[in-house]
Ligand binder design. Sequence first.
Ligand SMILES: [Zn+2]
Length: 391
Amino acid sequence: MTKHLDTSKEWLERLISFDTTSRLSNLELINDIDTYLNTLGIQTRLTHNSEKSKANLWCTIGPQQIGGIVLSGHTDVVPIDGQAWTKPAFTMTEENGKLYGRGTSDMKGFCAILLAMAPEMKKRKLRTPIHFAFSYDEEVGCVGVRSLISDVVENLPLPKAVIVGEPTLMKIVGGNKGGRAFRTTVKGVPGHSSEPSRGANSIMAAARIINYIEDLQHELESKAEPDCVFDPPYTTFDLGVIEGGTANNIIPEYTHFNWGYRSLPSEDPNILEQKIRLFISKNIEPRLRAISREAGVTTELRNDTPPLIPDHQSAAEHLIRHLTGLNESGTVAFGTEAGLFQQAGIPGVIFGPGSIQQAHQPDEFIEVSQISECINFLNKLVDWAENNSSA
Ligand SMILES: [Zn+2]
């Protein structure tokens, strides 16, 4: 029986029982972790959102010095709304070597293991510090971790590497795409639909912008490099929400749509945004303005998450390869917090238990064997941190 396995399961059960869907507060969960770590004699730092309804938690085990290893996990989960769960979502169920519940693989499983191992980490004489970084609102655009990272960079000794424990089946993932999300509002000119030339139809204008986005998508696909390490091997657009109009016989005044893209690390994300803004200002707005000076298009950037740029020589990849013997590293198309750490000068990899196939799904689960594998890895990390000083 793997040491720490039972306590990891207990912690997972405890973490799942807090419904930390991103739209809700995560404070009860954070306070629970905070109290526990303090009881172990581990000091914590919280960074809150402006409403003080959510918090990140940071702590250091071992010496307060540069060169520590950050173990990072988000505490929020995606909603279960509209999903057909056959097992309880906020109570853990163990069945046939699997642990079921919302967040088991994404990513309370990883957080639970860290908490279960904290007493042992505290007992050992670490020469390299180990930090825990628990964030809020990752699932809505890596929102929370940004203030945690600023706090660390501005006020604390800089860590050497970060391991973001998103589910990768304990394989090294060294890169992910970046993402930007926008909301575009087209304001047209309303009128009776029998006289379209007196108004400006916002749905039609929106459709032309969306067609342009689709054309850009085809262009990017056709230019994909055959040796690109990402799948799909090009930047992809998403268009997930559109709303506009009120009735068939009214020229619609307003249309809103939410869109964005996930770009390859090798691509400058500004260029696509500029292309689309230029298309709107040259081809869409003049027609609208010809009908009314009040008409026009506004595009609001709602989220900007940098990619994780693959770096096989980074301290983070080097450390994991050294500890595991793995030598391949892959890439993923979904966004993670790792790029934000990298941007702040802390190299990162994504490496954690469970599979992304189970993330965000009904009856989300994690294999117990994945938990054990992660514990084994962290045991090696703790041994390494005890015997090596990276300061
Ligand atoms: Zn996640």
